[in-house]
Design a protein. Structure first.
Lengths: 652, 522
């Protein structure tokens, strides 16, 4: 095989960019004449470029695989971006084991979702615009994972947020959807604020070190290799830096307290939810922490915070997922919950387990979302109470959905089992019983709500008002579903743990770029035992869930009735949005409008200060003009007074 | 050729005014012709200014280039002393880019007194370029005042309903600041041994107590112009009432006079005073960022919203300048160019929609993205630049000025960085209300999208937005030398040993390499 030439690296992100430019030209032309043209052109452009990127990414991966351990492919600096006294940043790309995994997920799953979209977005007015946004997203996502420095990562980071904004509000004539897009962007910006401060702190840390070395003008670089090589310079501020960066991650990866945008992001087209809000963009935070693992390893406190936040998010989102009736909302909360799992893994130091779960999650969650898209495509409805019995109508969708449900529930030997179990095992090794207990409990809830979703949607009698209209989706949608389902089924074999006779190849692949797991060596018998426990637990809960919802036993209803207030609290998502609205958004708006604008700006600055001066000038003018009466007598009087005054003051 | 090379600055400064004299002979009824001539003149002026750019010596030994230094009023030792450094060069280019676009954007919106309008714009351009070239304080003051009059007329004659009020407010407010500055200039002149030459004055130092007074007078004049809170209230009124072209120039260039004034005069001439005042100035800049953004958020008029957003953006510029950290100063100056491009574009965009709907009320619009997709696309792109999305110019400016300021003024920079969140709130909310949702304009379906003239208006600005975001080096490179000069001026006495700046900024001079024209980079 010919080795991947490093000159071609920049093509991988550039190809989707070209796709974006071409498709936006088409979209603008169509919009200009107010008539959409043949959909085949944007479809071909929109899919071909990502597929080409995928092919290149595979080539690069194979080349990297053939090289010695710890090797990487680097584009070298392509263009100097910033070159100022404080810092120097190049546009440059790096393909190492970690980024190659991410690239494969992004371009691979991305290409499948592009193909699926051809069917899903058929006859939409914004067809070309849709594909241009989707291509642009891939470009930024590839910048994010391929950049060789933290600032290029940030470009991708904000760029994917931008695409997310555009795609959530894709159907912008609906004001609610437009508002959801804005909310996503603003909440992400709050996270990015933290990210920026983190970057500033890195510069500051280097500056301090430079001063200590007597070279106050030493210039900083953001490239990972430079940061890693000089990490002891960052050590004094490592906790602050990593906490700030993690604030960014809570925004992008939807963790407490900034997760609120992700459920609303479901306003976008479903393939977008699959690509951006499940498989790729929302995992950027996990990628970032893993990428900077050497830095986070210096900040044990931050890691503790990460594990706590991750665990709390996983549990809370899973609980909310139990109560939702919107098929996409269930999946959205499930995503938040699974991301929490990944952060838990990062927090306990199991970096490669987090990335492993990221990959398997990309497979099964993309499949679930696309499956739900297929269902929505058929039903024109998102409420699972109006579905049921779809298995017969849409066998392919239902089967692939079932496979992915089994995978996410953690049933062996599907993908989710291996990755989730690795996280559980590492949490156990981390030595915190409550953590392990809560994580295991959450895994049970996951299995429960996923089977609740599956059973209510696909089994039983159909509750759809027009059951005859229901039909399976076209092949352009089902083929990606099948491929993803296969991946969700077998993806776990990438990382079969040693106790099961595997070699955990995934772990070894990343070992060169990841800090070693913090956990201690465990006892193989114990590992097998716990594996058995979690499998048993997932199976039992799944069966209970199926039994409950399949047989229409009414005790879910009884329970919700008994615990009405608690149930309502969960149903209304713990009213976090309302809390933010009352505590933050409303006060800021009211103070800005009523006080800052109306009182401070209009009354104080403009009224009192500016007009105060001019009014005073006007007032004194009016007073003085009174003196000018035009009567000679008055003037004589002034003359006389002045004369007397003069005499008094001068003649002593 | 020799003559042209030696007098290129004068040619560029006075060409618009001289050409305007020629326009006097065109009959006033020829409105179309006058519009076109005005645009062509401004376009030629732009081509002239490119000469400056391409012949500018980055590694030159002297700070100022294209110098012309002739006696003017010998009795008072007033000289016709022109010259530019990298910063003035970039500001001149900003002026020569925006002026033709502002004229092109007025083809439809100005139909009364076209001749006078075009002449006012051209005279204004002369004034602006003069300000950026003048190295003699007296000459500077003359240009400074020359600029005021056409702007006053632009608002007062071609403005909206409350144009007289707004024009008068603009004039008197600016004048009040300028007069004090004139007194300060004269004081400086006599103290320094009767010279107005900036280069000589750079060598001269007033005693610290006197510096504080003179600095205050300069700072007031420039702070009004920037404008810094609380001297900003003329801006919303002026912007709302000004015609589109007036708003574009006002936001794009005139506000930069304030930042430029600080950079060129107030800061390097009075370093001790600056050291004393620095904490307060930094605080005021930061307050401006947050305050401007919050007030912008709740506006109901598009132009007013953009006006307050200018207050916020200029806060970032001033924070960068006052932080006195080389990178922050470069970022601040860069952000002032960005603001000219982005906010200039925003005002042009508001002008486009005002021509069609005769309303600037946010609440009266809605759903425009469906009706006018091209217009919406351009507006969205400019919005991204305004809120500093990476790969647009806005990000580079914000990142450098805030990140640089963080090195010397941590708390202030952190508070200032919240502007990143707030700008997204007010701009995206504006976009949401105007472009998304249902259409609200009666008969809105008949609104026409951008015509080709308007497309031509925005293409150069969009190109600049991307260029300055992806490859800022040609611009930042021009600033290295002037910023090092400023830091040197600061470091000579006062700040380095004094109480003001905490760490590395002022020491820059020692590491500046005159040979390579770059900072040493060990």
């Amino acid at each position: 095989m010919i080795n991947f030439p490093t000159q071609l690296i920049s093509l991988i992100p550039a190809l989707p960019l070209v796709g974006f430019l071409l498709n936006s030209a088409i979209a603008l032309a169509w919009a200009r004449r107010r008539k959409a043209g043949p959909e085949i052109i944007p479809s071909v452009i929109g899919c071909l470029f990502p597929i080409a990127s995928f092919v290149l990414a595979v080539w690069a991966f194979l080349t990297l695989k053939g090289m010695e351990e710890g090797a990487s492919l680097s584009s070298g600096p392509l263009l100097t971006w910033l070159d100022v006294p404080l810092v120097s940043v190049d546009f440059a790309f790096l393909i190492d084991p970690l980024s190659s995994v991410m690239m494969l997920v992004v371009t691979g799953v991305g290409s499948l979702i592009h193909i699926y979209s051809i069917g899903y977005m058929k006859k939409d007015d914004g067809f070309a615009r849709y594909f241009s946004y989707l291509n642009l997203f891939l470009f930024f996502m590839l910048l994010l994972v391929m950049g060789d420095n933290l600032l290029v990562l940030f470009v991708g980071w904000e760029g994917v947020g931008l695409c997310s904004y555009l795609l959530i509000g894709f159907w912008f004539t609906d004001p609610q959807k437009a508002a959801c897009g804005k909310k996503a962007f603003v909440v992400n910006r709050i996270g990015d604020f933290g990210f920026l401060i983190g970057l500033f702190l890195i510069l500051y840390a280097f500056g301090l070190q430079g001063q200590a070395d007597g070279d106050p003008l030493s210039r900083s670089f953001f490239s990972y290799s430079y940061l890693a090589a000089n990490k002891e310079w960052l050590a004094p501020l490592a906790t602050a830096i990593t906490l700030c960066l993690f604030v960014g991650a809570t925004g992008k990866s939807a963790q407490i307290p900034l997760y609120v945008w992700l459920p609303d992001a479901m306003a976008g087209p479903t393939p977008v939810s699959a690509l951006i809000h499940a498989a790729t963009m929302v995992t950027a935070g996990i990628y970032m922490v893993a990428r900077l693992g050497f830095l986070f390893a210096l900040a044990p406190f931050t890691l503790q915070v990460i594990s706590c936040i991750g665990l709390a998010t996983a549990l809370m989102a899973a609980l909310i997922g139990l109560t939702q009736f919107d098929i996409k909302k269930v999946l959205a909360y499930s995503t938040v919950s699974q991301l929490g799992y990944m952060f838990l893994a990062l927090g306990v130091g199991a970096y490669s387990a987090a990335i492993f779960h990221l990959v398997t999650h990309a497979f099964f969650k993309a499949c679930l979302f696309l499956g739900s898209g297929s269902v929505i495509h058929a039903c024109h409805d998102q409420d699972i109470r109006n579905m049921g019995g779809l298995f017969k109508k849409m066998p392919v969708t239902a089967t692939t959905f079932l496979v992915s449900t089994l995978a996410i529930a953690g049933i062996p030997p599907l993908a989710g089992f291996f990755s989730k179990d690795e996280i559980l095992w590492n949490t156990f090794l981390y030595g915190s019983w409550p953590f392990y207990g809560v994580a295991l409990f959450t895994a049970g809830i996951t299995a429960f709500y996923m089977f609740r979703l599956f059973v209510t949607t696909f089994l039983g009698k159909t509750r759809h008002p027009h059951p005859d209209h229901l039909h399976e989706s076209p092949w352009v949608m089902t083929i990606p579903l099948i491929i993803l389902a296969v991946l969700a089924a077998v993806g776990g074999f990438l990382g079969v743990p040693e106790v099961l006779g595997g070699h955990n190849r995934f772990h070894h692949w990343l070992a060169a770029v990841m800090p070693p797991s913090v956990g201690h060596e465990g006892n193989p018998a114990l590992e097998l035992g716990l594996m058995g426990l979690s499998t048993f637990w997932a199976l039992v809960i799944s069966l209970i869930s199926v039994a409950l919802y399949r047989r229409n036993l009414n005790w879910p209803a009884v329970i919700t009735e008994r615990f009405r207030s608690v149930y309502n609290l969960v149903l209304e998502k713990f009213r976090v949005d309302e809390l933010y609205d009352a505590l933050i958004i409303r006060p800021i708006r009211v103070v800005s409008e009523k006080f800052l604008w109306k009182i401070s700006d209009e009354k104080l600055f403009d009224g009192f200060l500016v007009h105060g001066w001019t009014d005073m000038a006007g007032f004194s003018a009016r007073v003085l003009s009174r003196i000018q009466t035009g009567l000679v007598g008055h003037y004589l009087l002034y003359l006389w007074v002045a004369l007397v005054a003069l005499l008094i003051f001068t003649v002593k | 050729m020799e003559f042209i090379n030696n007098h290129i600055l004068s040619i560029i400064a006075f060409f618009p005014a001289v050409a305007a004299v020629g326009l006097l002979f065109v009959p006033g009824e020829q409105k179309k012709l006058l519009h076109r001539l005005g645009f062509v003149i401004a376009a030629i002026e732009f081509l002239f200014s490119l000469h400056l750019y391409f012949h500018f010596q980055d590694g030159s030994l002297s700070s100022f280039q294209y110098i012309e230094n002739l006696p003017w009023i010998s009795v008072w030792n007033v000289r016709y002393f022109m010259g530019i450094d990298g910063v003035s060069l970039l500001l001149i280019l900003l002026t020569t880019v925006l002026t033709p676009l502002a004229l092109l954007g007025s083809f439809n919106s100005v139909s009364e007194r076209v001749k006078e309008f075009v002449i006012a714009m051209l005279v204004l351009e002369t004034g602006m370029i003069g300000v950026f070239c003048a190295l003699d304080l007296f000459l500077f003051y003359v240009f400074w005042e020359v600029m005021l009059i056409p702007m006053y007329l632009l608002i007062g004659v071609w403005g909206g309903k409350r144009k007289i009020y707004a024009a008068l407010k603009f004039f008197i407010y600016t004048m009040a600041g300028s007069v004090l500055m004139l007194v300060a200039i004269l004081y400086l002149y006599f103290q320094a041994g009767q010279t107005f030459s900036l280069l000589e004055l750079y060598e001269f130092r007033l005693p610290p107590a006197a510096q504080l007074w003179v600095f205050s007078a300069f700072a007031l004049a420039f702070a009004i112009k920037v404008p810094m809170v609380p001297f900003h209230t003329w801006l919303p009124d002026a912007h709302v009432e000004a015609p589109t072209a007036g708003s574009v120039i006002l936001a794009g260039v005139l506000l930069k006079m304030g930042t430029y004034g600080f950079f060129r005069f107030a800061m390097p001439l009075f370093p001790d005073a600056l050291a004393t005042a620095q904490p307060y100035l930094v605080a005021v800049a930061v307050v401006g960022i947050v305050y401007g953004a919050l007030v912008a958020m709740v506006q109901t008029d598009m132009k007013k919203l953009i006006a307050y957003s200018s207050v916020s953006h200029l806060g970032v510029v001033m924070l960068g300048l006052f932080a006195l950290e080389p990178t922050a100063v470069m970022g601040g100056l860069y952000q002032s160019l960005n603001h000219g491009v982005s906010t200039g574009a925003l005002f042009l965009l508001v002008g486009v929609i005002y021509e069609r709907t005769h309303s600037r009320a946010i609440a009266e619009h809605g759903g425009l993205a469906k009706i006018t997709p091209w217009y919406a696309t351009v507006f969205l792109l400019v919005t991204f630049s305004s809120i500093g999305v990476p790969l647009t110019n806005g990000f580079v400016g914000e990142f450098l000025s805030l990140g640089g300021a963080f090195q010397t003024w941590r708390t202030a920079a952190i508070i200032g960085t919240t502007g990143v969140i707030l700008s997204a709130v007010y701009m995206l909310w504006l976009v949401e209300r105007v472009f998304f949702g249902k259409e609200k304009i009666p008969d809105g379906a008949h609104l026409s999208d951008l015509n080709w003239r308007e497309v031509a208006l925005f293409v150069p600005l969009l190109a600049l937005i991307v260029w300055m975001g992806v490859y800022p080096k040609p611009f930042l490179g021009k600033m290295e030398r002037p910023v090092a000069d400023l830091m040197g001026q600061m470091g000579m006495e006062g700040i380095d040993q004094g109480q003001g700046t905490r760490d590395k900024g002022p020491k820059a001079l020692g590491h500046w390499s005159l040979v390579t024209g770059h900072w040493s980079n060990k």
